[in-house]
Design a protein around this ligand. Structure first.
Ligand code: IMP
Ligand code: MG
Length: 204
């Protein structure tokens, strides 16, 4: 399939067909199985990351990156049976009907009280690495007790990532094409699709 990002010119006429699902890449039952496994791994890792006595184990804080991580984090937390809190941040990278990254900008307050906490940043997908690179730096500067990154999808980038980011937990590695569903969108749509699917952008 052609990479839609190479030729994603904006629609030129009102009659242009809307993007549609080309094929399901990861069905919902495979997602459910893998999210459960990842939750179990995260639980063990966070348990091991707790500072030993006489120190206090830091609170567990999940930082989902909205809006894309909304569905993933909702399912994930039900497989992490630890006392935890959720402190979402909103980061914007794509404006409107675009499938290329325009760089990351934080659109909401980043929690500033993460010093000593066991933090997991949760995002839908690692693409260029700019979003997670930025957040990782902002949170690491607060000196949490531990800091991990979890993603649903990690896109392979044969040419290398704009910003290499260490991801500790990834459900699936996928090829470098544009995907939607299970929280991921195209121009705000398709987030409610229960599967992860490849998109066909007309004219691409
Ligand atoms: P990065 O900063 O380039 O790594 O992009 C990360 C953000 O871009 C993700 O959190 C997604 O919101 C969005 N993104 C990247 N690739 C895709 C995709 O294939 N489909 C939908 N959104 C994507
Ligand atoms: Mg995102």
């Amino acid at each position: 399939m052609a990479d839609p990002r190479r030729s994603a010119d904006p629609p030129t006429t009102a009659r242009q067909a809307a993007p549609e699902i080309a094929r399901v890449l990861i069905p919902r039952d495979a997602i459910a199985r893998r999210v459960r496994q990842l939750g179990e791994q995260i639980t063990s890792t966070l348990t091991a990351a707790a500072a030993p006595p006489p120190f206090e184990p830091g609170p567990v804080v999940l930082v989902p990156v909205l809006t894309g991580a909304l569905v993933f984090v909702a399912d994930l937390i039900r497989h992490v049976p630890l006392p935890l809190s959720i402190r979402p941040v909103t980061v914007s990278s794509y404006a409107g009907p675009s499938t290329t990254s325009a760089g990351a900008s934080v659109q909401s307050a980043v929690p500033t009280d993460l010093g000593g906490a066991r933090v997991v940043i949760v995002d839908d997908i690692l693409d260029s690495g700019r979003t997670l690179g930025l957040l990782r730096r902002l949170i690491a500067a607060q000196e949490p007790q531990s800091l991990h990154v979890a993603v649903l999808l990690r896109k392979q980038k044969p040419g290398g990532r704009a910003e290499p980011v260490a991801v500790d937990f990834a459900c699936f590695d996928i090829d470098d094409h544009f995907v939607v569903g299970y929280g991921l969108d195209y121009d705000g749509l398709f987030r409610n699709l229960p599967d992860v699917a490849a998109l066909r952008v007309p004219g691409a």
